[in-house]
Design a protein around this ligand. Structure first.
Ligand code: FES
Ligand code: FES
Length: 139
């Protein structure tokens, strides 16, 4: 697939140097999801205190799009309220529909080109579906 060079570099950077990969031992919610089309999976952990995402970690296996999206998402939600995290998931859906969206965490915009590749939208969205569930379970 063809993505703008700069975007591709940002995606590969997150894929090769994932942020927040791993897991923490203390309390938190864990969401396990898989992408039914390919079987790739993600496990997302969120630690929420006083309605604020204090920590988020992920593990799993998947393509560069799914893993980089997870890396970016876990970075973007840190320090956000549950409402802000949910709003960000909505924004991400808009991005996947091809709408122009500006994110405070700008790396996310590197995934904008993915909307042209329907199979890849599922890859990019996996982590965000996990986030939605994690937010619900942390309320
Ligand atoms: Fe585009 Fe493989 S990353 S089809
Ligand atoms: Fe499996 Fe992208 S090909 S998540």
């Amino acid at each position: 697939m063809q993505l703008d060079d700069l975007y591709r570099r940002v995606i590969m950077d997150h894929y090769k140097n994932p942020r927040n990969r791993g897991h923490f031992e203390d309390n938190g919610v864990t969401i396990d999801l898989h992408n039914p089309t390919c079987g790739d999976r993600i496990s997302l952990q969120l630690k929420v205190e006083d309605g604020i995402v204090k920590e988020s970690r992920f593990s799993g296996e998947g393509c560069s799009i799914s893993m980089s999206s997870a890396s970016m998402m876990t970075e973007a939600v840190k320090g956000k309220t549950l409402e802000e995290a949910q709003a960000m998931a909505e924004q991400f859906s808009c991005l996947m529909k091809g709408e122009p969206v500006e994110f405070e965490y700008e790396d996310l915009e590197a995934l904008s080109g993915v909307n042209k590749f329907p199979a890849r939208i599922k890859c990019a969205t996996l982590a965000w579906n996990a986030l939605r569930k994690g937010v619900e379970q942390s309320r």
